[in-house]
Ligand binder design. Structure first.
Ligand SMILES: C[S@@+](CC[C@H](N)C(=O)[O-])C[C@H]1O[C@@H](n2cnc3c(N)ncnc32)[C@H](O)[C@@H]1O
Length: 322
């Protein structure tokens, strides 16, 4: 049996018997007027963060959702794209598709705005997305890509890139690891399926996104996710996993490298009325300007007496330099 088959079997189990708290992190759940999440759907929240960013979902985007789970985020996306077929949700596990379909039907009476036709559930997997090139505005996946081995992750990211329209967004939430996960845990297929041992480090994860062509990556949240206890997991020390919410844009990679926004700002502390770096960044005295990490590093290296660069907040939500 391959690790992907082990994962499919695991998700078949948890589709039939919900495992409360499987992947979730403590966070405030999305509260929107008129949106009611059925209890069973909440119990099947197998995501480690969120891929739904309410302030950026205008114009009823077409969303391809990979790994539907209990349908929670498909319902949340449908809230913003209220039209038939706007959300295409795929999953290779028949029991999971059945569970999502049933949960979405349960949602209808509590959500007068919702019609099940808004979410089209299809059989499919992350490596062979059943949609045309450049056909969707958003691809979303929550707590799935981390279970893939590195080469499979490359394939999944390449597929996501293929189906996005130019300028489209890959919205993901995944566990990442604060250091390399030892191979005895990486090879444990059940732990991997449970989103506990496949995670890459932050640097590896971001580099893989850039490697397939995404020119801009924004970090929306970074939180503690799970602690792998040294004794239980046979480690030399405890290992902290984090959850990372990101949005990656299908835009060309600038000649000096991709822009990654982690919440850093640059603040001009000089005596002039403004500072212009000649590269699109105009700083007003005393006013923070969001900058990508590349620009932040440039300022910190060359301009540290005149420009203060603040730390990553890991909660970037707009503005920018590029
Ligand atoms: C951790 S759950 C996340 C579910 C959902 N995204 C959520 O946030 O609740 C992973 C989901 O991916 C599905 N899945 C497993 N292997 C997959 C694959 N190769 N391609 C697409 N989906 C897959 C599982 O059946 C399951 O629904």
């Amino acid at each position: 049996m391959t690790y992907l088959e082990t994962a499919a079997n695991f998700y078949s189990e948890v589709a039939q018997t919900p495992q409360i708290g499987l992947c979730c992190v403590q966070s405030t759940s999305l509260q929107l007027p008129g949106l009611k999440i059925p209890r069973k759907m909440r119990e099947m929240n197998y995501g480690c963060g969120t891929t739904v960013h309410p302030t950026e979902l205008s114009n009823q985007p077409t969303v391809l959702y990979i790994g539907v789970g209990g349908g929670l985020e498909a319902l949340q996306f449908a809230y913003f794209s209220r039209r038939p077929g706007a959300i295409i949700a795929i999953d290779p596990v028949a029991e999971m598709r059945e569970a999502a379909k049933s949960n979405l039907e349960i949602a209808v009476p509590e959500n007068p705005w919702f019609d099940t036709s808004f979410v089209e559930i299809r059989a499919g997997d992350a490596f062979n997305l059943p949609v045309a090139d450049a056909s969707v505005d958003i691809v979303a996946q929550n707590c799935l890509f981390n279970i893939f081995e590195p080469e499979d992750l490359n394939r999944a990211l390449t597929e996501a890139y293929r189906v996005l329209k130019p300028g489209g967004r890959l919205q993901m939430s995944d566990p990442i690891s604060t250091c390399r996960i030892p191979s005895h845990l990486q090879q444990d297929e059940r732990l991997r399926a449970m989103c506990l041992s496949g995670a890459l480090t932050y640097e590896e994860y971001i580099q893989k996104i850039i490697n397939v062509g995404f020119g801009q990556v924004e970090i929306r949240a970074r939180r503690p996710y799970r602690l792998l206890n040294a004794q239980t997991y046979n480690l030399s020390e405890h290992l902290l996993l984090e959850s990372l919410d990101s949005v990656s844009f299908k835009v060309p990679i600038p000649s000096d490298g991709a822009c990654v926004f982690t919440g850093k700002t640059a603040i001009y502390a000089g005596a002039d009325n403004y500072f212009d770096d000649g590269d699109g960044h105009i700083l007003q005295p005393g006013l923070p300007l969001s900058v990508c990490d590349k620009t932040a590093a440039k300022f910190a290296k060359n301009m540290s007496e005149q420009i203060m660069v603040t730390d990553s907040t890991w909660h970037y939500d707009g503005g920018g330099c590029c």
